[in-house]
Design a protein around this ligand. Structure first.
Ligand code: DC
Length: 210
């Protein structure tokens, strides 16, 4: 069983994917972490996230340990991740890892759930279950603000909203594998739903497909 979950930042994909994984005994891969780890390594080495050759080399040399690095969830790393993810060489370097994970999920599980931006369109186009989880930019910015403040980070709503819109624009307009809804994905707008309601709706869809 493969479940593909795509959508913009802070739409609730991660929470939903983790719950799906637990519910169906699936391995979970947060593919955003691959781009975040690449972006962070570029920044840590004093590089520019838009430097095509540098970022591609970093992606090609990424190790499993890099996915466990501290500080992958910061806003700066999120922006760097969004920048490196627009580089075709970076995407190519990270694609096989994601496909291998889906084909042979670790840990004696029944399959895999992957979340990201291009899982249903590029990484696993044959996945039997595809969800596109979204919410208005304002609602997503509120959620991200709460998360940042909860972690003790300093943040203000206007800045978080602005960053969110900038990242949405870059992720949707890039030429290689932009954020878009797969033709056979179920669209789930969580703007007016809490996590519980969103999960219930998603579960109903998954069950109808399996
Ligand atoms: O989901 P996230 O916020 O952790 O992702 C960080 C960035 O990585 C996002 O802005 C775009 C990129 N990304 C991508 O291009 N493709 C994916 N499958 C996952 C993430």
């Amino acid at each position: 069983m493969i479940i593909a979950i795509d959508g913009p930042a802070a739409a609730g994909k991660g929470t939903m994917a983790r719950r799906m994984a637990k519910h169906f005994n699936l391995a979970y891969l947060d593919t955003g972490l691959l781009y975040r780890a690449t972006g962070k390594r570029v920044l840590d080495q004093g590089g520019d996230a838009e430097d095509v050759e540098f970022a591609t080399r970093v992606a090609e040399n990424l190790t499993a340990d890099d996915l466990n690095a501290d500080g992958l969830r910061t806003e700066d790393v999120g922006q760097a991740a969004s920048k490196v993810s627009a580089i075709p060489g970076v995407r190519a370097a990270l694609l096989q890892f994601q496909r291998d994970f889906a084909a042979t999920p670790p840990g004696g599980t029944n399959g895999a759930v992957l979340d990201g931006r291009d899982i249903g369109t590029v990484v696993c186009p044959d996945a039997p279950v595809k969800l596109f989880v979204t919410a208005s930019a304002e609602v997503r910015a509120e959620r991200r603000l709460k998360e940042l403040l909860g972690r003790g980070s300093e943040a203000i709503y206007a800045r978080v909203l602005e960053d969110m819109k900038e990242r949405d624009a870059r992720d949707s307009s890039r030429v290689t594998s932009p954020l878009e809804t797969a033709a056979d994905a179920r669209l789930l707008d969580t703007s007016d739903l809490d996590a519980e309601q969103a999960f219930a709706e998603a579960l109903e869809f998954v069950n109808s497909r399996t």
